[in-house]
Design a protein around this ligand. Structure first.
Ligand code: M6R
Length: 358
């Protein structure tokens, strides 16, 4: 079942090119996004995304796109908080729940709250026929295939693809998205699986080398700005979940508001310093870290690296598609670290695959 891979987690990370292909199949036709699942719903005037864990990070990642490309105001909520708050709903609202398993208790509870309030519910789910799928008004399936490893990897990749397609679909329907962004995105998305397939072995090798170099760290910062901020949160979650190393994901600009006090040579930083419009801002945050003796690994694009101890060069992709190369890098870093430290990668202590209790 592991197809020659040592762990399910590794197999699932390496399945991501196929996952992207499967998610796109039939959904881009003649230069248009085809998502008939959305047809029965109005384009939301306001979107509340509710999820837990890795699925929550996918929602946070999508917020940047939905606001910028589809001009939809978005709030992203942790389900266990949302369910006990007294949220205000407005006409035109839509609740979008994201869940790999479709059985997460807090996310399911959020659906029931939305239903009580008369708000339509869209589910983004991997498991066909799951509770969340059944209780939503409309469902988009992520088609990632079964995910066995407790640490979620390919599910997030599939959620990001579908959230991107939803953004394009709603942006076009609203009449706020056309021209270069749309064309470029639809052109480049189908090229992504081949690029990722070619890159994954190199990413893994680098992850192995760096994890060994940093294996004595007891704490890590993961820093990013913009869409790399949710990926920083995800990198930190993966590392703590399977290697049991304390890690915090932070918006890079927030460091100076307190956390930078923790930095010394024993508290390394894993930064996302990709060649985007926020690179200079991240680079200056990293200078602050270095000035305090902090060691840095930074994911960078060719020709656009800040001066850090360990630049980790990823091949480039257009705009938000860069994230699909960042994601496996943080996943493989956590994976290789856990393997090196001799941890039980697929069954980390204290964790279950589906959290069906509060
Ligand atoms: O099945 P779900 O997507 O609703 O699960 C949500 C979280 O429990 C899940 O993502 C969890 O955080 C993973 N173990 C992360 O790797």
């Amino acid at each position: 079942q592991k197809d020659g891979f040592k762990h399910f987690m590794l197999k699932e990370i390496f399945e991501q090119p196929k996952v992207i292909r499967d998610c796109l199949t039939g959904r881009i036709q003649k230069g248009r996004v085809v998502l008939p699942e959305l047809d029965a719903l109005n384009v939301p005037q306001r979107l509340t995304v509710v999820a837990c864990g890795t699925s929550y990070h996918a929602g946070l990642w999508a917020k940047y796109l939905l606001e910028s490309w589809a001009r939809i105001p978005v709030q992203v909520e942790i389900a266990s908080e949302f369910r006990y708050r007294d949220s205000v709903f407005l006409p035109g609202d839509l609740v979008l729940t994201i869940s790999q398993s479709g059985e997460t208790a807090d996310t399911l509870a959020a659906i029931r709250i939305a239903r009580e309030a008369g708000v339509p519910i869209l589910g983004l789910c991997n498991v066909v026929g799951s509770s969340i799928a059944r209780e939503s008004d409309a469902v988009v399936y992520t088609q990632a295939g079964p995910e066995i490893s407790v640490a979620s990897t390919k599910a997030m990749c599939s959620q990001m693809v579908l959230l991107l397609l939803m953004t394009l679909s709603w942006g076009v329907r609203k009449g706020v998205l056309q021209g270069e962004i749309l064309e470029r995105c639809l052109h480049d998305l189908p090229l992504l699986p081949d690029q990722l397939e070619a890159e994954l072995p190199t990413i893994r090798e680098k992850a192995k080398t760096l994890s060994q170099e940093y294996a004595d760290a007891r704490s890590f910062f993961f820093l990013g700005r913009g869409q790399n901020f949710p990926l920083a949160l995800e990198g930190a979650l993966k590392l703590k979940e399977i290697s049991y190393i304390h890690a915090e994901g932070y918006a890079a600009g927030e460091m100076k508001h307190g956390p930078i006090a923790l930095i010394d040579q024993h508290f390394p930083t894993f930064a996302m310093a990709l060649g985007d419009e926020l690179l200079q801002k991240v680079a200056s945050n990293l200078q602050e870290v270095q000035a305090r003796g902090g060691r840095i690994i930074a994911l960078v694009n060719p020709g656009a690296s800040p001066a850090v101890e360990n630049p980790w060069v990823l091949s480039d992709a257009w705009g938000p598609l860069k994230s699909f190369l960042v994601l496996p890098a943080v996943q493989l870093f956590a994976y290789e670290m856990a393997v090196y430290l001799g941890k039980d990668v697929d069954q980390p202590r204290n964790l279950a695959k589906s959290v069906t209790v509060e």
